[in-house]
Write a protein that binds this ligand. Structure first.
Ligand SMILES: [Zn+2]
Length: 276
């Protein structure tokens, strides 16, 4: 199981999030056959996305993060929603060439127009690029330390981390205390491995937390695609267009990048869709 613990700390001047996303990252590694740096990058982004998903307020809320290399030949994208369903994929050589590229975050709370923020990537480290993003795009001081630890066989031994975000009205003293506390998390994945998210909360934050205000969620790697949703997309093409594509290619096939699933509709399937 994956864990996201959340609480307010320092007299409600900061929000704390502690994550264990080991299982989630392992699912991503299996689905996408991720190796080394690619697993670390996507695993880190999925972990931050789980954090973002935990901040959504509306049931229709959704968030996505995309990193693109400057040359455009590598990218990775993650999405999450209020149900804590997190998914993502990486394309091209996204590890070597991220510096100078962009990180874009789109947050849709389901009420108004989605909020879009972006910043240039100056470090290949997911924690550093996320902190940069918060500081430069949203002007919110946020300390981020997330990590992914891989075993010799390429599986994820541990993933997760600690995120402290300062809230409006925080004092300088709180900022100093948060910074000092974050020093303990230079290697967050090893801490997740040795004590789990709950252990981190207990060991480093218990005296700061009102236990009644401790919130726990279980993010997971779950794709929201389905054959019915793809059928809706085909219906939106209109009968003639859908049949033309089908006759030209033998079938209409749609690939979901998030879960690596192919949905195939032959002519019979398409006729049934439009005649139902
Ligand atoms: Zn899917």
């Amino acid at each position: 199981m994956n864990y996201l613990y959340k609480a307010l700390i320092y007299d409600k001047q900061a929000s704390l999030s502690v994550l264990d996303t080991t299982e989630l990252v392992n699912k991503a590694i299996k689905i996408h056959s991720l190796k080394g740096g690619e697993a670390e990058l996507l695993g880190g982004l999925l972990t931050v996305c789980a954090y973002f998903s935990g901040t959504l307020k509306s049931d229709r809320g959704a968030v996505s993060m995309t990193v693109k290399s400057a040359s455009g030949d590598g990218s990775a994208s993650v999405s999450g929603d209020k149900d804590m369903h997190i998914r993502g994929f990486a394309e091209g050589s996204c590890r070597q060439s991220l510096r100078g590229g962009t990180l874009t975050v789109i947050r849709d709370d389901g009420f108004f127009r989605p909020f879009t923020g972006a910043c240039q990537i100056e470090s290949d480290d997911v924690s550093a690029m996320t902190m940069d993003y918060f500081y430069r795009s949203e002007q919110i001081p946020t300390a981020v330390s997330v990590g992914v630890k891989l075993g010799d066989d390429g599986a994820c031994l541990a993933a997760g981390g600690v995120i402290i975000q300062l809230l409006p009205g925080h004092t300088e003293e709180t900022m100093d205390r948060a910074e000092e506390r974050m020093q303990a998390f230079a290697d967050p994945a090893s801490l997740v491995q040795s004590m789990g998210a709950e252990g981190i909360v207990r060991t480093y934050f218990s005296e700061l937390i009102d236990q009644k205000g401790l919130y726990l969620a279980h993010p997971d790697y779950i794709c929201n695609c389905s054959r019915a949703k793809i059928a809706d997309v085909i219906l939106s093409l209109g009968r003639k267009e859908a049949l033309d594509i089908c006759r030209e290619r033998g079938c209409v096939s749609v690939h979901c990048h998030y879960c690596n699933t192919d949905y195939t509709f032959d002519e019979d399937d398409i006729l049934k869709l439009f005649d139902r």
